[in-house]
Design a protein around this ligand. Structure first.
Ligand code: GSH
Length: 203
């Protein structure tokens, strides 16, 4: 069995779904959390093949990056992967829709001027956030349960929950983000109320 070290900031961000999957499945991993600006942080960025975090160090020597690649890999070791090729297709449809939104929001993340950034952020929540959330809501409406695959939670639900959690935090987004999206709200609740996820988030 491989050993795993997940390297990221001391925050949830892109790493949290990976931490949750490891934890839910009882797979041991080292949860390395580095402070930006430290020599350890700079060294971790340099060691990452894509120069970004999170990274996953396998067996102490092989380093990979890209959070979705790592999430899918860890999910593949667990019961939270799709069981069939069609399951995988569905989960990926949701995740790619979410990542279309994340890519669009990059204009806000990368903006250096704080006044312009605040305006762009406001605009994002008024205009394209509802567009992408509506797409996800419509996709969920076709399912019989709260999750992407109905009553069975997968890694995709965890990734979406983690994003929605951040964006409902008034510091980063809007507390009422899901008020017009009952299916997404039910999916979010379904994931955070899952006992293993709850236990992890209370640690
Ligand atoms: N597509 C990448 C994006 C990762 C990313 O943007 N990571 C940021 C931290 S949240 C980073 O490494 N920033 C440091 C830098 O670019 O110098 C992923 O999903 O892993």
């Amino acid at each position: 069995m491989s050993s795993y070290e997940l390297v990221y900031y001391n925050s949830r961000g892109y790493a949290e779904p990976i931490r949750i999957l490891f934890n839910l499945s009882g797979i041991e991993f080292k949860d390395t959390r580095l402070a930006a600006g430290t020599p350890e942080f700079a060294a971790a960025l340099k060691r990452s093949p894509g120069g970004c975090l999170p990274s996953l160090v396998l067996d102490g020597n092989r380093v990979v990056c890209q959070s979705l690649a790592i999430t899918r890999y860890v999910a593949s070791l667990t019961d939270y992967k799709g069981r069939t090729a069609e399951d995988t297709l569905y989960v990926n449809m949701f995740i790619e829709t979410l990542y279309d939104l994340i890519a669009r929001y990059d204009e806000v993340v990368k903006e250096k001027d704080q006044n312009i950034k605040a305006k762009k952020k406001e605009g994002a929540y008024e205009s394209y956030f509802p567009v992408y959330l509506s797409k996800l809501e419509k996709m969920l409406s076709a399912q019989s349960g709260p999750f992407i695959l109905g009553d069975r939670m997968t890694w995709g639900d965890i990734v979406i929950m983690s994003f929605l959690e951040l964006k409902q935090n008034p510091e980063y987004g809007r507390a009422d983000l899901l008020s017009n999206f009952p299916k997404l709200a039910a999916q979010y609740r379904g994931v955070i109320e899952e006992p293993g996820v709850k236990r992890w988030s209370q640690l």
